[in-house]
Design a protein around this ligand. Structure first.
Ligand code: F6P
Length: 357
């Protein structure tokens, strides 16, 4: 048996851990693993790939990025915006299938987020033996309690907040940190709580900056002159909506700039010196945390098990400390968003964090 693996979409800490898990488990079964470069693009004839042996994966567990390369653009993009799905042209699917047939690939492991797994589902429905592995720092995929990469991103946010707090305390300033999270506020919420933010603004909870300013003024009056504000890139500025940058990422608009807008308005409303920092791709870079290394490795091993059992059309899933699988279509039907009345949000409010509502 020979199986293929590709990393699709944006890079994410833990991708190499998945490769490590797939190659290790496949080798135990006496299988050969072919790694396709740059996501699905590597499938286009003549095929851009490399054979992956256990020797090739020595030391990669701790590396960020991916030794295979990845892309969220190209011929296979199935997402054209939030909730929109584009059909991958049949001609492209047929050309890529010719590569799989020529290389006698018996199963293909697709590691990706919502968009890439939407593509994977189309390929499965076209008759391909596909298994999915959920990847995104945003942690917004349905049917899995967690994606790998999220824990590493949150760790970077917490480190950023710890550093910003130094200036906030020394200068009695408000420091605003813009973090990733297109549709979901998981990174902002987890990072903000763990990093000691006073205010957390997320896409799922409409916010009022007058209320945030009143909250900061009240803190000031109580002697807490420093405030950390975390805002997700996909949160909506009151009366303006989502703040975007020029260009696009994988067919979707590029987000960015809300941190500066929030900081400017809060300075006007509070009279306090307020500064904004955008964490950007620092959240996707660097070494994965130990949790993501282990989760990624387990996901890779489970993906090989699904291939062995010919359970195609399924996606590896993390459920209550246990790695299992679900149908890919359960994962891509809708995004997993923060529930405004969930226990986590209520806990944040209970310890005095302002969510802007
Ligand atoms: O989906 C993951 C993500 O990191 C989003 O949070 C962000 O909006 C997007 O990718 C950025 O993509 P790119 O690197 O293509 O700009």
């Amino acid at each position: 048996m020979r199986i293929g693996i590709l990393n699709s979409g944006g890079d994410c800490p833990g991708l190499n851990a998945v490769i490590h898990g797939v190659v290790g488990a496949a080798h135990q079964l006496g299988w050969e693993v072919i790694g396709f470069r740059d996501g699905f693009e590597g499938l286009l004839p003549p095929g851009d790939f490399r054979i992956l042996t256990p020797t090739d994966t020595i030391g990669i567990l701790k590396l960020g990025g991916t030794i295979l390369g990845c892309t969220n653009k190209g011929h296979f993009a199935a997402k054209v915006g939030s909730g929109d799905v584009a059909e991958v042209p049949k001609e492209i699917i047929d050309r890529a299938k010719a590569t799989l047939d020529r290389l006698e690939i018996g199963a293909l492991v697709v590691v990706g987020g919502d968009g890439s797994l939407t593509t994977a589902l189309q390929l499965y429905r076209a008759g391909w033996p596909v298994v999915g592995v959920p990847k995104t720092i945003d942690n917004d995929l349905c049917a899995t309690a967690m994606t790998f990469g999220f824990d590493s991103a949150v760790t970077t946010v917490v480190d950023g907040l710890d550093r910003l707090n130094t200036t906030a305390e020394s200068h009695k300033r408000v420091m605003v940190l813009e973090v990733m999270g297109r549709h979901a506020g998981w990174i902002a919420l987890w990072g903000g709580i763990a990093g000691g933010a006073s205010v957390i603004l997320i896409p799922e909870i409409p916010f009022d900056l007058e209320k945030v300013a009143a909250f900061i003024r009240q803190r000031d009056a109580q002697g807490h002159h420093a405030s950390l504000v975390v805002v997700a890139e996909g949160a909506k500025m009151p009366d303006e909506g989502i703040v975007t940058l020029a260009g696009n990422c994988g067919g979707e608009v590029r987000l960015g700039g809300i941190g500066e807008r929030v900081a400017k308005r809060l300075q006007e409303l509070t009279g306090k010196e307020t500064r904004a920092t955008t964490l950007g791709h620092l959240q996707r870079g660097g070494s994965p945390t130990s949790f993501d290394r282990i989760l990624g490795m387990r996901f890779g091993v489970m993906a090989v098990k699904l291939c062995e059992e010919k359970q195609f059309g399924r996606m590896v899933s993390y459920q209550a400390y246990h790695v299992d699988s679900v149908l890919i279509e359960e994962a891509v039907n809708q995004l997993r968003l923060v529930e405004p009345d969930s226990e986590l949000v209520l806990a944040a409010k209970a310890v005095g964090i302002c969510m802007g509502d």
